[in-house]
Ligand binder design. Structure first.
Ligand code: GTP
Ligand code: MG
Length: 255
């Protein structure tokens, strides 16, 4: 059976790399196989050893030196070079006999989502068997305005990449129980979100409506957000269950 691919995507520092590794360890503890793939050519001091590493093909600091580019120009060149090498990367990945391929994407999210090369990368690596795990950063999503902004970003990623998406509330251990519940409520009830916006954000209440929020959900982002933590292990099982549901209609790997 083809391996299932989960892309961990989100804004800089939201916890993608840590969660990729934590989820791999969780899978292994449950007796499943999962490999990790680092897709960030600019990653420095990666805290886990990826099984496959894009830096074996493309390295940001080498591109900066070789072409005399700054970090942003080099990121764009790196994204294109990644696409040029992706068939070889796919071949290496397919050499692993594994249930899950967990892909850790670059911190500069716009490079992964907006460049045409990302579509090439996605179709070569995972074809139809992909789900995007979109991480909401709790430092941003804890305010109503930040939550709506995060939702818009998630919708943009979904719209751009056209893959099924799970929305995860990253680093949930940093939030109080009350904050977690409030954010979960927002994800399930746009009227509650709009109420919080109107009560708490003087600038934002005039131009956001329930219809606007519903439209974001129609694109395919949104839905019930799942709190996850690499530190406490909260929600790791939910990622598995949801990914199984999306990719296999709920069947368990073993069945
Ligand atoms: N408390 C807590 N901290 C976390 C968790 N996950 C990640 N962190 C911390 O958040 C910081 C960023 O984590 P990373 O995993 O590097 O985030 P990232 O999204 O991969 O970052 P970039 O690739 O640079 O965009 C680190 O200091 C992590 O230790 C978590 O579940 N709980
Ligand atoms: Mg990272």
């Amino acid at each position: 059976m083809a391996a299932k691919h989960v892309y961990f995507v989100g804004t800089a520092g939201c916890g993608k790399s840590t969660l990729t590794h934590a989820f791999q360890l969780w899978l292994q503890n449950q007796g499943y196989d999962g490999i990790t793939v680092n897709l960030d050519p600019g990653a420095e001091n990666l805290l886990y050893p990826p099984d496959v590493d894009i830096r074996d093909w493309v390295r940001l600091n080498e591109i900066m030196e070789e072409y005399g580019l700054g970090p942003n120009g080099a990121q764009i060149a790196a994204a294109d070079m990644m696409a040029l090498n992706i068939k070889e990367v796919a071949q290496v990945i397919s050499g692993f006999d594994t249930d899950y391929v967990l892909l850790d994407t670059p911190g500069q999210m716009e490079l992964f989502t907006f460049r045409q090369s990302s579509k090439v990368v996605l179709s070569e690596l995972s074809g139809e068997s992909a789900v995007i795990a979109y991480l909401f950063d709790p430092a941003i999503a804890r305010s109503p305005n930040g939550y709506v902004s995060s939702l818009m970003l998630a919708a943009t990623v979904q719209f751009r990449l056209s893959q099924p998406m799970l929305t995860l509330l990253s680093k949930s251990d940093l939030l109080s129980e009350k904050e977690r519940e409030r954010i979960q409520l927002w994800s399930e009830d746009f009227y509650a979100l709009l109420n919080s916006l109107t009560e708490e954000e003087v600038d934002a209440q005039t131009n956001v409506s329930v219809e606007f929020l519903q439209a974001l959900e129609t694109i395919g982002a949104g839905g019930r957000i799942v709190p996850v933590s690499a530190d406490t292990g909260e929600g790791l099982e939910d990622i598995y269950t949801l990914a199984q549901q999306v990719l296999e209609g709920g069947e368990d790997i073993g069945s």
